[in-house]
Design a protein around this ligand. Structure first.
Ligand code: MIC
Length: 304
């Protein structure tokens, strides 16, 4: 991690950066990064805003995404991402992990970890992935109260309000809720699980705020491109769980090969090399900081 070797960008600045990006021309592609290594790799590929997904975070702990987690746990993982990259991170805080006061407490925990923005949703507990059936919503008033409480507790925190109403009550209800959430102080709207081009376009015609499209895999949304979302007027497109899904299959391949072949050699071309890893986490800077650590010279075979 670059953490020890860079000056921390203050939370208010990261949040201002996030708001500037989503209010500037073009669409911001926001990939999920389920841990700090994923965050560093995403940053090295040029992404300048990252997402911590509740679904990916819970799955990385072997748990379902049904609202079992709490603010300090997620804040701790968010802190890893922010420390590693100094980038604006949008954190999925589900329902705020309870009622209005819980949402306010969660927002405070996130801001203390220099999180730039949170995404809060209007589902009731136990919550579900937005692309599944059987969701229930809290009354719009309750969500409005949560947004107001977050705004009041941490004025500098950007808020993306997600509504799950489309799949439960239809498009008109989603639009109405979005408008109420914006009046309450949300900086952007995340209409969850839209399933047609028309619905995306209609939402953008009727809701005048930075809109987020959730391009998650294996859900209800067809695989539209960032360019399509941009043309419909969206300012953010999310790839929330992709890093975890692809990593899980990669290590499944590794474990199968190890089990079957008794050596990982056939997979070396697919692996991050020792040098690539050390460069990414700035291993060399840590050595330089402590004269007691012998200077590492990588064996020749670790270069490739
Ligand atoms: C955005 C989301 O809340 C997440 O946890 O990342 C999920 C993603 C998913 O389960 O694919 C969602 O509810 O859409």
């Amino acid at each position: 991690m670059a953490w020890l070797f860079q000056e921390d960008v203050p939370q208010s600045q990261l949040s201002a950066q996030f708001l500037h990006r989503i209010n500037s021309p073009g669409i911001v592609k926001i990939p999920g990064a389920h841990d700090a290594m994923a965050a560093l790799v995403a940053q090295s590929c040029g992404f300048d805003v990252l997402y911590l997904s509740g679904g990916a975070y819970t799955a990385s702990r072997g748990l379902p995404d049904v609202g079992l987690i709490s603010a300090p746990e997620v804040a701790r993982r968010a802190q890893d991402l922010v420390r590693a990259t100094n980038l604006p991170v949008l954190v999925d805080i589900d329902t705020g992990y309870g009622g209005v006061l819980n949402a306010a407490r969660t927002a405070k925990e996130m801001a203390e970890m220099r999180v730039a923005a949170v995404q809060i949703e209007d589902q009731d507990l136990p919550k579900k992935c937005g692309h599944l059936n059987g969701k229930t919503l809290v009354p719009a008033d309750e969500m409005v109260a949560k947004i107001r409480a977050i705004r009041e507790t941490v004025p500098s925190l950007a808020i993306i309000a997600r509504t799950d109403a489309y799949g439960v009550e239809g498009l008109n209800a989603a639009v109405e809720r979005a408008q109420q959430y914006l009046e309450a102080g949300a900086d952007g709207i995340f209409p969850e699980s839209l399933d047609t081009a028309e619905a995306f376009a209609e939402m953008a015609r009727r809701v005048h705020a930075p809109l987020l499209a959730n391009m998650t895999e294996f859900g209800r949304t067809p695989y539209f491109t960032a360019q399509q979302f941009e043309a419909w007027g969206y300012k953010m497109v999310l790839y929330p769980v992709s890093s975890l899904r692809i990593a899980a299959h990669a290590y499944e391949r590794l474990y199968r090969v190890l089990m079957e072949e008794g050596t990982q050699q056939s997979l070396l071309p697919e692996m991050q090399t020792r040098k690539e890893l050390y460069d990414l986490i700035r291993y060399w800077d840590y050595e330089s900081l402590d004269a007691h650590i012998a200077r590492t010279i990588l064996p020749d075979n670790t270069e490739s």
